[in-house]
Each structure stands twice: as structure tokens, then as C-alpha cells.
Write a protein that binds this ligand. Structure first.
Ligand code: BG6
Length: 486
């Protein structure tokens, strides 16, 4: 159950993120009975509609996006009763008086900024001027927090003038995914796994986040950013931290974040002269996704630069310079318009030093595949004796499968935003990214981007629906390894 003395204010409450993620998450929290009775929700936007107009819009949107079996008029009525719509133009300080009239004494206010980052400063400032801030008010920020170290520092400095770090909740929605948190359970609640989790046992790690979608009408934004900033700087580096960090002393936010920062700071800088082979850039051309033709990146709606060199695919060989991971490469790969949607972490174990089985297959049979989406689960590949009279001591690979969906007995796995909202309500930052983490990850990404510019590293084309440019295969095959494909 969430804390009872809080109120939530969503800026940009009629926007895409709010409609796709926040509203359904609030609905599911209500449905699960996890909303404290007294929590109120204000939806803030500049459109001229009343609360009744918002409720009509929200009901329609929710009905269209939720599975029919999740819909309940009673749940919606309860959620609807909490909601008020406040019409405010974010750039007009005077209009924030509407919000100040809505607030009640002795409540903890949570401001969720589902807005472009360029508005973070103005909104914070107007909140203060309208008397809507006190030492307990929390702010929730969506990515991107800057596009490099300097700009991220500027955003953090601006917001930091109004909110202390303990009240700033920077979202990386990957941390809200159940399966990402399950990495912690897998590693730190299983002696068997934990005791084999270092460079003496692990040969290499692969982290893949492949998407079938393209840039979803966001050409203007995406072309300034590219896949490295859009996905690696945040989601893939957070996954890498979850895989690589030392056990924290506890799950207190400070403890976990301190361990993650250590990993980000230990990421080694790339050797600039070899950057072209160690960090591959790709861009999709026209192709087929799920049997449908799709256009190439520079033919997407909104494209204003047919010569754009922005990457929609990245594959990187990274190293963590510390005792545990010395010598273990982390291969990171992510791209848009790839053949299938899959997010997975693959741990490949080292070979035995000596083979004693006649078919010599008793080396290198162990691999742990952690599927984050879809088909959430874990599989462990193991060697087993072939059950056969003919084959005396032949080995075969068998797989132990842990399917989270079946295992929970639940009909759905909660969405990341449900968990994240509950944590903000609770006032726990353990699943949010600290300023230090953001800065450490930008330092590493900035160096990589600089090296790309310096060495004039071009994008390699790949057809939509493929598994990326062939150069990305070479990145790993050069080391006598291969990307794991199911
Ligand atoms: C967002 C990126 O942060 O994450 C998008 O901006 C990307 O480009 C999305 O598509 C992927 O999220 P998920 O949860 O679908 O893997």
C-alpha cells in the first residue's frame, strides 16, 4: 500500500507518455488495491477541457489499451474520483495559482514531469513562485537528462536549485521492469549463481536489446540523438550495472547506487585507433518486418536530411576495469528495426581446462540466458549424458527453463511504470538513477562519441528485419565467439 499523505501532479498529463504508460499504470495500481484511500491526482496540461472532459478522454484511452479482462467500471470509478484536471500553460507563472489552490496543507506533493526536458527549469521555478514547493516535494524526471555530460549537468543544476537530490527521481524505465529486478534476485539470492560470477568462471557477457519498431514518428528528436544516447547511455548501461555490480550492503538506494556508480566509473575507455572495430554503428535501410515492407531510416516520415549519418544500431565491446571482471568482455548490442524484439542477457561460462569425455564436449556447455522480454524467464544450458544404450558416454546440451510467467501463476507481469510509481509514492529511490550515475555514464558515452567523430566512423547499412550490420558479427567473431541466437 502506498503512503497516504501524498498527492500526485502530472505535468503533460494529456501527452503520449501519460496516455501510454502513466494512466494505465495508475489504473493497475488502483486495480491491485495499492492506492492509499486519500491520494489525489492532478492532471495538468494546457488544453481547454474540464475534469469531466479529461475523464471521458482517459476512459476511452484506457479501454483501448488495457486487455478487456482488466477493465472494471468500479476500479475506473475509484480512480476517476481521485483525478482533477488543471488547465495551466507551463510557461505562464500566473496560471500556477490554479495548482496552488488545489494543494492541501501537510501533504507530500509529487510532481511528475512527463514533458520535454526543456521545460524542467521553468516548471520548477513557477512551482516555487506559486508556493507549491517545500522540503518534502518530490520531482520525477523522464529521460533524456541532457545529450552529453555538460548538458546533463545543466539540467541537474537547474532542477537542483529547487529540489534536493533525495527528492529527485530520474526514471530509467528498465529499472522498473520486474525481470530487471529479478537480476538482483538471481545474483544475490542464489549462492550457486553468486559463487560463479566472476572472471574465473565467466568467459563473456552479452547484452542485447533488439527492437522491431523504428523511430515511431520521432525523426526530429531521434536524428539529434541516435541509438547510443537513446538506449546505451541509459538502459543498456543500467542492465550492465545490474549484471556487474558488487553485492550492495543492502537494497537501500544509496547502497545500490554507489555500487552501480563504481561499475560505470570502471568502464574502460575505448582505444581510439581501434574504435571502428570495437564500437560499430549501423543504420537501417528498407526491408521487411513481420511480413510487412518498411522504409529505411532516411525515408521515414519527418526526415529532413536524406544524408543523415545518425546510428540506429550500435554494437560495442566494453570492458570493466576491476578485479571481478578483468579480462571479461561485455558485448552490448541494440538497434531499431531488427528481425525480432528481444531483450536478453547471456552469460557464457568458461571451458573446463581439460576434457575427459570421449566426444570432448564436456567443455563450454554452460550458458545462462536471462530473457527480459518477451517470454520473461531464465534458461540454463547444461551438459547431460545422452540417454542411450548405444552412446556410452556421449554428452548433449539440455536446458533448464524457468518461465516467470508460468511460475508466478499471475495472469500478467506488472509494467515498469507501475513499480516505479509505487516506489515514488513510497519515497524510495532505489530504482531511480542518481546524478552521479548519469554523469559517469555520460563521461563514458561522450568519449566514445568523440572517438567516433575523431576517426570519422561511418554507419554501416543493414536491412530492416535483419540482425544488424555484418560488421557487428565480426566484432564478436573476431574473438572466436558468436552472438547468442535462440
Ligand atoms: C525508450 C527509447 O527509452 O525505450 C525508445 O527512447 C525505445 O527509443 C524504448 O524504443 C524501449 O523500451 P522497451 O521497454 O520497449 O524496451
Amino acid at each position: 500500500m502506498s503512503e497516504s499523505n501524498i498527492d500526485l501532479v502530472v505535468f503533460g498529463g494529456l501527452g503520449d507518455l501519460a496516455g501510454r504508460k502513466l494512466l494505465p499504470a495508475l489504473y493497475q495500481i488502483e486495480r491491485a488495491g495499492l492506492f492509499a484511500e486519500s491520494i489525489r491526482v492532478a492532471i495538468v496540461a494546457r488544453e481547454d477541457i474540464e475534469t469531466s472532459g479529461f475523464l471521458r478522454y482517459a476512459e476511452e484511452r484506457l479501454k483501448a489499451s488495457l486487455p478487456a479482462e482488466d477493465w472494471s467500471d468500479a476500479v475506473w470509478a475509484r480512480l476517476g474520483r481521485r483525478c482533477s484536471y488543471l488547465k495551466i500553460d507551463f510557461s505562464n507563472q500566473k496560471q500556477f495559482e490554479v495548482l496552488s489552490a488545489w494543494t492541501l496543507p501537510s501533504r507530500v506533493l509529487i510532481y511528475y514531469l512527463a514533458t520535454p526536458p526543456s521545460l524542467f527549469g521553468a516548471i520548477s521555478q513557477h512551482l516555487q513562485a506559486a508556493g507549491c514547493l517545500d522540503d518534502n516535494a518530490r520531482i520525477v524526471l523522464e529521460k533524456p537528462i541532457g545529450h552529453d555530460l555538460a548538458s546533463s549537468q545543466a539540467v541537474n543544476d537547474t532542477v537542483g536549485r529547487y529540489f534536493s537530490e533525495r527528492n529527485i527521481y530520474r526514471i530509467d524505465h528498465y529499472l522498473g521492469k520486474e525481470t530487471v529486478q529479478n537480476l538482483l534476485a538471481l545474483r544475490f539470492a542464489n549462492r550457486l549463481i553468486n559463487s560463479q560470477w566472476d572472471n574465473t568462471c565467466i568467459d563473456h557477457v552479452q547484452i542485447t536489446v533488439a527492437e522491431t519498431i523504428g523511430i515511431e514518428g520521432r525523426w526530429g528528436y531521434y536524428d539529434q540523438v541516435g541509438q547510443l544516447r537513446d538506449m546505451i547511455q541509459n538502459h543498456l548501461l543500467q542492465l550492465l550495472c545490474m549484471v556487474a555490480m558488487e553485492p550492495p550492503n543492502s537494497f537501500a538506494a544509496d547502497e545500490i547506487r554507489a555500487e552501480k556508480v563504481k561499475i560505470l566509473r570502471a568502464l574502460s575507455s575505448s582505444d581510439r585507433s581501434k574504435i571502428e572495430d570495437q564500437a560499430i554503428r549501423g543504420q537501417y535501410s528498407a526491408g521487411w518486418i513481420e511480413g510487412e515492407p518498411v522504409v529505411g531510416y532516411t525515408e521515414e516520415v519527418g526526415c529532413s536530411d536524406a544524408e543523415s549519418d545518425t546510428e540506429t544500431f550500435v554494437a560495442i565491446k566494453a570492458h570493466i576495469d576491476n578485479w571481478r571482471w578483468s579480462g571479461v568482455p561485455f558485448y552490448l548490442r541494440t538497434g531499431k528495426r531488427l528481425g525480432e524484439k528481444v531483450t536478453q542477457v547471456v552469460i557464457s561460462y568458461k571451458n573446463h581446462p581439460h576434457a575427459i569425455f570421449p566426444d570432448r564436449k564436456d567443455t563450454g556447455m554452460n550458458r545462462l540466458v536471462i530473457r527480459l522480454q518477451p517470454n520473461e524467464g531464465i534458461q540454463l544450458e547444461m551438459a547431460s549424458k545422452k540417454q542411450s544404450l548405444k552412446d556410452r558416454l556421449s554428452l548433449e546440451k539440455r536446458t533448464l527453463n524457468l518461465d516467470f510467467f508460468d511460475a508466478t501463476g499471475e495472469s500478467r507481469i506488472p509494467d515498469a511504470y507501475e513499480r516505479l510509481l509505487l516506489e515514488v509514492f513510497k519515497g524510495d529511490q532505489w530504482l531511480f538513477v542518481s546524478r552521479e550515475e548519469i554523469e559517469a555514464s555520460w563521461i563514458w558515452c561522450d568519449r566514445l562519441i568523440e572517438a567516433w567523430h575523431e576517426q570519422k566512423v561511418k554507419v554501416h547499412g543493414y536491412s530492416a528485419g535483419s540482425s544488424g550490420p555484418s560488421k557487428a558479427e565480426m566484432l564478436i567473431e573476431r574473438d572466436n565467439r558468436a552472438w547468442f541466437e535462440e
